[in-house]
Each structure stands twice: as C-alpha cells, then as structure tokens.
Design a protein around this ligand. Sequence first.
Ligand code: 13P
Ligand code: SF4
Length: 315
Amino acid sequence: MTDSDLDLAVDLDEAILELKRERNAILLAHYYQEDEIQDLADVVGDSLALARAAQRADCDVIAFCGVHFMAETAAVLNPDRTVVVPDLAAGCSLADGCPADEFGAFVERHHGARVLSYINCSAEVKALSDLICTSSNAVAMVEQFKGERLIFAPDRHLARWVGAQAGRDDLIVWPGACVVHEQFSAKRLAKLKVQHPEADVLAHPECDQAVLEQADFIASTTGIIQRALEHPERPSIVATEEGVFHAIRQKAPGKVLIQAPGIDESCSCNHCPYMRLNTLEKLYLCLRDLAPIVTVPEPIRVRALRPIERMLELS
Ligand code: 13P
Ligand code: SF4
C-alpha cells in the first residue's frame, strides 16, 4: 500500500485518531519526527522515554514513529502486541554500520570483555550485549562495569564523550558514527558563536569532539529540550536534529533557536533522512493496514530482552 492509495478527502488527523481508537493502539513518537506526528502522539520522547513507554504499553497495537531499532526494541519488550511503523526503511546509520556477524567477530577478538551497546543498534547486536544504554544514561551504564574490560558500540563519538565523563580511556570502541551529527561543522560553529556571543550552545553527544568542545551543554534530546526551556530568554544554538525545536517552541514560543551549521552550506544536516521518511500519510496507512509489522525472531528477542530490561531497571 502506498501514499498514492490514499483518499485525498481523508482528514488525516481525524482518521489517525479514529484508527487509533479502533485498533486500541498507542502512538509513540521520537522528538525527531515531523511536528504533525508529534502532535498526534500519546508519548513523545527520547530513546529511553520511548523504551519505557513501550515497556508499560497497555494496548493491542504500538504504532512507532521513530526509526527501526526503536520499534524493534518495542517489539522485543512486547512479544504479544503488534508493532507497526510508518516506513520500514527508516533505519539508522549507527545500527546499519554495525552488522551483527561482524560485531560478533569483534566481540570474539576481545574475548572476556563485557559489552555495552548504545540502543541505536539492531536486536541481533543487543542480543550479543550485556547491557544497553541511551545517550541519557550512558555514563551511569558505563559505571556498572568498573574495573572490567568493556566494549562500547556502535558510536565512536558517544564512546569518547562517555569515556571522558566516566574516567575511562580504555573503552574498546566499535567505530560507527551518526550521519546527521557528524555533519555539524566546528569551524562554522565557531564563527556563529562570534555572531551570537550570548547564545547557549547545546549539543548531542553523537557530535564530533571538535563540536562538543564548543558546547555549553551536552545531553540527550530530552536534556537539550529541558536546558533550552530553563533559559527561555537566552538564544540557543542547537547541534542536533531540528525536530527538537517543536517541543521547545510549544513551551517557549518566543525562544530564539538557531541551527548549528553543517559542513556543507547547502546540506540539510539538521534533518535525519531516516526519521523523516515517516509521514502523516504513512502513519495513517500503517494503522489502517496494520503493516509494516516489526518482528524479532524469538531466540534473538529473548537474548536481546535481558540487556534492555537491565538498563530499564538501572535507569
Ligand atoms: P536520544 O536518545 O537523545 O533521543 O537520541 C536518539 C538518536 O537517535 C540521536 O540521534
Ligand atoms: Fe540514527 Fe543519527 Fe538518525 Fe539518530 S539522527 S536515528 S543516530 S541516523
């Protein structure tokens, strides 16, 4: 079923809300989703908040507006519920850059090391992990492994930042990166700061070190939103996906928000190309048709569940 099958007369907002009731569905949306999707969601949050919401879900269907690894985490936590996504192609460069077979061989090469994986990875990689973390709890999760050899996968920028916060310069790092956050330009950010000396620079820890060094505050999407709202009178330069602007503007409409510049002047680096595959039309269709469904083979699901649940207990 494609967008072109859509009856143009349908009022999408109304139709989605009606289908949500009919299907006994909840709608979970990440902050990087387009505004219209966030406005319809039951829960809008960062990866950790959405994993928690999925764990507590009391419904028949979870419609997950985010990327594939997020919906997969919801499926791992909910074997008896149907998890649908607007677009199955909404992946993530971090998850895609860490194939489970290659990661398994990497773990073997570092035999005896424990494995902490960022939630931005496939269920197969989670199944090879001792514990999962998100950007909002990564430091606390690293601290669970004091005195132990530790693999951190799959984001090298987050690994470096988290290692410095936790006093660990010995993390064994899988060298992945986010195509969005790696695009921010430290050089152009420095120039922008000169033009806006009063601005607070807020950055996601998936950014390159040279960008993070210029930040006043480094945190997950939820942390960035909270910090921006703490200082509504102060402009913020934001080095993460532009979707977070919506949550900030809802509570602080007059706040000045400036996008951190990309390496290439013409790029739309503040948009995650995967997250933005989801549209209101596709959300309507996925609820109408209950497809595409995200499933995880049972042996992998059972092994992936353990480190996810452990993270949720510890967070
Ligand atoms: P958060 O956990 O901060 O929402 O980050 C998710 C993500 O994919 C960042 O690119
Ligand atoms: Fe993955 Fe980066 Fe998109 Fe986040 S912004 S979902 S890390 S590609």
